[in-house]
Design a binder for this molecule. Sequence first.
Ligand SMILES: Nc1ncnc2c1ncn2[C@@H]1O[C@H](COP(=O)(O)OP(=O)(O)OP(=O)(O)O)[C@@H](O)[C@H]1O
Ligand SMILES: [Mg+2]
Length: 358
Amino acid sequence: MPVSEKNKLIGIDIGSHSIKIVEIDDTKKGMILKNFGMIELPQESIVEGSIKEVEIVSSALKNLLKNLKIKSKNVATSISGYSVIVKKITIPKKEEEDLERSIQGEAEQYIPFDINDVNLDFQIFPSGKEETEEEEKEELMDVLLVAAKKDIVEEYISLLHLTELNPMVLDIDAFALQNAFEISNHEQSGCHALVNIGAQQLTINVIKDGASIFTRDSSYGGSQITSELQKRLNIPFQEAEMVKLGAKPIETEKRPIIEEIFSSTITKWAQEVKRALDFVATTFIDIKVDNVLLSGGSSLIPGFSKYLGLETGLKIEMLNPFGNLEIKEKLFDAEYLNYHAAMAVISIGLALRSIGDR
Ligand SMILES: Nc1ncnc2c1ncn2[C@@H]1O[C@H](COP(=O)(O)OP(=O)(O)OP(=O)(O)O)[C@@H](O)[C@H]1O
Ligand SMILES: [Mg+2]
């Protein structure tokens, strides 16, 4: 059902390399891209998902909102990394209100942090064909548990308040990625591994017939390559970033160093994805992953997609988040959008959220 415009939220993806903002209009005729923009952040203003330089990030965010002429204050943003835990647990059947009251006790044994240090949320899996016979007999139910460390949540809320915005939805990257996939024109049935590789974060969400069956965040990303180039070539981070993107010519004798850094890093990423998929294969023996859909700026590294295909034996495609969105030629340059599509994915997923979502 189309959501009325005034309930639609501004999607803000606060990545360690850049902030992305997307606004989507949900109309009777379909969804229309209303706004898209991004702004880079200085190195180390966000480290391992934690905001180190709140003033700097806030002023970058203010500038971007101003450039995009965004007036609405109601936003959806997301967090990721080691401070977020997503787990499917099986517990005795109970009503949602009862679970609301007892969730802390139920969750305690599954969370590696002090239960008082986390914000908890949950979603009851609809009972149905997935239910095993034992579950039926013993009156069990599956619950998706989401726990986020309070200090990280506080950091993001404070940043948004400082920027005079109202945080209405605090999502996690893995679910925003899933939402973006759901409105794309990629095949939905079957099993698809969504992989987002940014500057510091590698997020995996495996979707089977519309439901998430596995998520994982790892501390891998393009910054690893930039930092290594900085160290080995003894150049500033910004210059290393340009070398990485091929925007700065480099002496022939230094090329082998660069190639070695690229190949050793993308090997690690591909192995991490492979490990996750192996885990899925052993946990759900009757499920076969059909393909991998890539996104995130670092998925654009030349050769990565091909290498991941060899490592996993799967078909690797780029997730196109714009496929089902109407894009007004007058407002957007197609080339600009295409170039930034990989980085826009999470913010698109966030812009699909409405007030009242949890
Ligand atoms: N064409 C490209 N080729 C290679 N790397 C690229 C390209 N474009 C962007 N990157 C790299 O992608 C990263 C940025 O991607 P993205 O915007 O997805 O990350 P982020 O969301 O800011 O970071 P985080 O990992 O904290 O979520 C940077 O490391 C950047 O150097
Ligand atoms: Mg990101």
